[in-house]
Design a protein around this ligand. Structure first.
Ligand SMILES: NC(=O)C1=CN([C@@H]2O[C@H](COP(=O)(O)OP(=O)(O)OC[C@H]3O[C@@H](n4cnc5c(N)ncnc54)[C@H](O)[C@@H]3O)[C@@H](O)[C@H]2O)C=CC1
Ligand SMILES: O=C(O)[C@@H]1CCC=N1
Length: 262
């Protein structure tokens, strides 16, 4: 039987997860979200049953529930789903919300926390997943299978999920800023902006693929690009002088450690 996956909070992240799962053609999609035209359209596009009442979602008997509601609302939303059977696994994507906070309202059931990122929409996500040690089967396997269909799953300790969430979850936005700035540089030199976008997106995708497939440290990959006396090293010098590296380290600092309370 096709597994029913419920996405609670069908916004930017929940919608990206829904798209990625829809692409696999392996799951039946359910959703919980207040009614609005965007969600209605998405539900139609992804053949997803979206309800706006937690009790209605419980009645649809999902096999796995993914929480992607705004972080400050997630504990209250989880509480509204406490009537789910105790065997139903719940995975929360809410940044800064702990397993302990969720366990307090969802009781004793398979429960995990994760930080996905928006590339899950094209099944190329980086998903930091914290499974508690006492995770029972088949819940643990189901969670890893479903998330694995959305991209690369990296299992981490829950204590590391915060910083994993910054580099993996916020990271796409940091890279988007860099891509936007690179395109400005190219447009300044007369290149058509759409052509610049194409070149930059392919370059970023390829740079990531090369790093993943070779396993080489970024510093070594950079050295392979920077020919002695060449053009790249002049660009790197400019980046260092303008605080590019320090800016990114500070971005990770600033984005880390924001815990929400119920
Ligand atoms: N946007 C991203 O790239 C990432 C987001 N997250 C986490 O995902 C969660 C959602 O973030 P976004 O998608 O960016 O926000 P969003 O604002 O785009 O989406 C939130 C959705 O939840 C719905 N919602 C609000 N209250 C609800 C309730 N009580 N029941 C059901 N649905 C409800 C909203 O209508 C909206 O569709 C947050 O907890 C965030 O920390 C985690 C990793 C990455
Ligand atoms: O901006 C946020 O709070 C969420 C968490 C990680 C990415 N987006």
């Amino acid at each position: 039987m096709t597994e029913k996956i419920a996405i609670v909070g069908v916004g930017a992240m929940g919608g990206a997860i829904a798209k990625g799962l829809y692409n696999t053609k392996q799951y039946q999609l359910l959703g919980l979200n207040p009614v609005n035209p965007r969600v209605t359209q998405l539900a139609e596009d992804l053949e997803m049953t979206v309800v706006n009442d937690p009790a209605a979602l419980v009645n649809l008997a999902p096999g796995l529930v993914i929480l992607t509601t705004p972080a400050p609302l997630t504990v209250a939303t989880a509480r509204s789903l406490a009537n789910l059977p105790t065997t139903t696994p719940v995975v929360s994507a809410a940044a800064g919300i702990t397993q302990e906070q969720l366990q307090a309202v969802l009781g004793d059931r398979p429960l995990a926390t994760m930080i996905p990122n928006t590339p899950v929409a094209v099944n190329a996500g980086a998903i930091g997943l914290a499974l508690p040690q006492e995770m029972v089967e088949p819940a643990g396997t189901l969670i890893k299978e479903v998330l694995g269909s959305l991209g690369t799953v990296i299992e981490v300790k829950e204590a590391d999920l915060d910083v994993v969430g910054v580099i993996g979850g916020c990271g796409p936005a940091f890279v988007d800023v860099m891509m936007d700035a690179l395109s400005d540089g190219a447009v300044k030199h007369g290149l058509n902006r759409q052509v610049a976008y194409q070149v930059i997106a392919a370059m970023v995708a390829g740079t990531g693929k090369l790093a993943l497939e070779t396993g080489l440290a970024p510093a070594l990959l950079r050295d392979q690009v920077a020919s002695p006396g060449g053009t790249t090293i002049r660009g790197i010098d400019a980046l260092e002088q303008h605080g590019f590296r320090a800016g990114l380290i500070e971005a990770v600092d600033q984005a880390s450690g924001g815990h929400y309370v119920d």
